[in-house]
Design a protein around this ligand. Structure first.
Ligand code: HEC
Ligand code: HEC
Length: 174
């Protein structure tokens, strides 16, 4: 590479990195760890868990909850969502690896801390953390046609599937 070109590449990468840090794009919180859940992906998870509802980020529930959800797919909230053993095991591993008690981000830690150790919620929307963050939203708002239920995070949080629940991305539809 020519010397001037090398210099240009160096400067560009330095300025874009600092811009990203300054904008909070990486999400370093005051405690020195990421405040947002990191975007995660697994092809089987996306294929099998987004047919009936949005993809729930693994960082929203602890390991024991995901294991319970995945062990009960035959009777999943009134639906039959059973999978072959290999697919089920792969998705379970992915969910566990990125679960709220395995993830270092602040949001997941708070969700995890809000769940008593002797309880295994199957719903994010039943956790104390969720309830405290939505106590100003009325039941009728959650029942709006444009929302459906409190479980349909993506109606109000555009970035929900990527784990982005930041306040700047929230909009309650009419
Ligand atoms: C055949 C349809 C169907 C499939 C496939 C399905 N689900 Fe569900 N799931 C449901 C229904 C119905 C609900 C209840 C939704 C509600 O109350 O609004 C639900 C709710 C959930 C909830 C609770 C959400 C909350 O906080 O209230 C989780 C977590 C969940 N599903 C995970 C999964 C995972 C993981 C997969 C893939 C292995 C999956 N689902 C595949 C139908 C399905
Ligand atoms: C009817 C719209 C609506 C739905 C559905 C909804 N939320 Fe929210 N959510 C909000 C609003 C409004 C706030 C408050 C934003 C603020 O503090 O300004 C919020 C706040 C949050 C926060 C805290 C943000 C922060 O930084 O303080 C989290 C996390 C969150 N929601 C997650 C979820 C999850 C997970 C789901 C689905 C299981 C969900 N929400 C469903 C509207 C919604």
């Amino acid at each position: 590479m020519k010397k001037w070109l090398q210099f240009l590449v160096l400067i560009t990468s330095i300025t874009s990195t600092s811009a990203l840090l300054a904008s909070g794009g990486i999400g370093e919180g005051s405690e020195g760890r990421s405040s947002q859940m990191p975007p995660v992906m697994n092809a089987k998870w996306k294929a099998e868990c987004s047919g009936c509802h949005m993809l729930y980020h693994p960082g929203l529930l602890p390991e024991r909850s995901w294991k319970a959800v995945m062990a009960g797919l035959d009777k999943h909230f009134g639906e039959s969502a059973g999978l072959d053993a290999a697919t089920r095991d792969e998705i379970t591993s992915f969910l566990v690896l990125n679960s709220a008690d395995k993830s270092a981000n602040r949001r997941s830690s708070r969700i995890n801390q809000s769940i008593p150790t002797n309880s295994t919620p199957l719903r994010v929307s039943e956790t104390r953390y969720f309830i405290s963050k939505h106590d100003e939203i009325s039941a009728s708002t959650f029942k709006r046609k444009s929302v459906g239920s409190s479980a349909n995070c993506i109606a109000c949080h555009r970035g929900a599937e990527k784990g982005d629940f930041s306040e700047s991305q929230v909009r309650i539809p009419r």
